[in-house]
Design a protein around this ligand. Structure first.
Ligand code: MLT
Ligand code: MN
Ligand code: ZN
Length: 299
């Protein structure tokens, strides 16, 4: 199985258009120290010919343009992209769907709840139903996302999308709003979990022994955005567990046997994005890789 990280940044991208935090400034002035990154999406393939996207970022056109394997390669109109699967309804994961509207056939997979969110936003009706088939995926059921590629989705602790938040926000709810994805091929198991509020014992048990884990790397520390002076929200409030600390993802996942551990969906305030930062060194010493746009993963 081949995985291409199309975009490794969290919502906002790197640099974020209106942000002057240290990491965003370095991404503008010293791209060797901080690689710019687009918002969160991966492409997967079994044979390198037929591809599926997991999430579809606002920068999808840029992401496709720089990946020759995803260019049209037959006839006048064509795309190697056969399917898109959504892990939640966040803007960084769904806005790019609007750019895939030019009447090529592909399948859109999501939970019934996420499909409901899209149906309630009539702008997504631009995806003509005779081209884009919308297919429900039930939690814990298998779908064949591409020929030979079995995928199972499962609930992970999360939060409703920012634009759907009411007065009371439930953090860490497990349901159809935030899912993780398991890929199974040739006896290998690979997981993609770009958003996760906490590592439950059940989730840890599921991940044990995986060949690769691509995991929520939004923040280094929970109060990072407050300290950077760019916001009032903690990572927890946004539905993301942080990397560092005793209850962070590095510690929580340290005891698991995993082939590769890779952070994705990394927020622009996160110091691991600085190639020579102590936080980057600490994460790497703990066995983690920091995803970047164009990263190829063939576990
Ligand atoms: C998130 O992952 O928390 C969201 O993408 C935030 C956002 O909507 O910008
Ligand atoms: Mn996001
Ligand atoms: Zn920033």
């Amino acid at each position: 199985m081949r995985i291409r990280v199309l975009g490794a940044a969290a919502g906002g991208g790197l640099p974020q258009w209106n942000c002057r935090c240290e990491v965003c400034r370095l991404a503008r002035t010293e791209p060797n120290r901080v690689k710019p990154r687009t918002q969160s999406s991966i492409a997967v393939s079994v044979d390198g010919q037929r591809w599926a996207l997991i999430n579809c970022a606002p920068e999808i056109l840029t992401q496709l343009h720089r990946e020759p394997a995803l260019h049209p390669c037959e006839g006048e109109r064509h795309t190697p992209i056969e399917a898109v699967l959504l892990t939640n309804g966040d803007v960084d994961h769904v806005a790019g769907l609007l750019s895939l509207r030019e009447r090529s056939p592909w399948r859109l997979y999501a939970t019934p709840e996420i499909h409901g969110v899209l149906r309630n936003n009539p702008i997504f009706n631009v995806l003509a139903p005779d081209c884009v088939e919308r297919l429900d995926v039930a939690l814990d059921s298998h779908i064949e996302l591409l020929p030979g590629l079995l995928v199972r989705i499962f609930a992970v602790p999360g939060k409703t999308a920012l634009y759907l938040e009411g007065d009371e926000v439930e953090i860490g709810a497990e349901g159809e709003a935030t899912i993780g994805v398991e890929f199974a091929l040739h006896g290998q198991r690979i997981y993609y979990i770009p958003g996760c509020a906490t590592l439950t014992p059940g989730l840890a048990a599921r991940l044990e022994g995986a060949d690769a884990l691509l995991f929520d790397g939004t923040l280094w520390r929970d109060d990072e955005m407050i300290i950077a002076g760019v916001g009032q929200k903690t990572g927890q409030r946004m539905g993301h567990m942080s990397m560092s600390g005793t209850d962070g993802s590095i510690a929580a996942l340290a005891g698991l046997n995993l082939g590769r551990r890779i952070f994705v969906h990394i927020n622009n305030t996160n110091p691991v994005l600085i190639e020579d930062s102590p936080e980057r060194r600490e994460a790497e010493q703990a066995g983690w890789e920091i995803a970047f746009d164009g990263m190829e993963i063939e576990p």
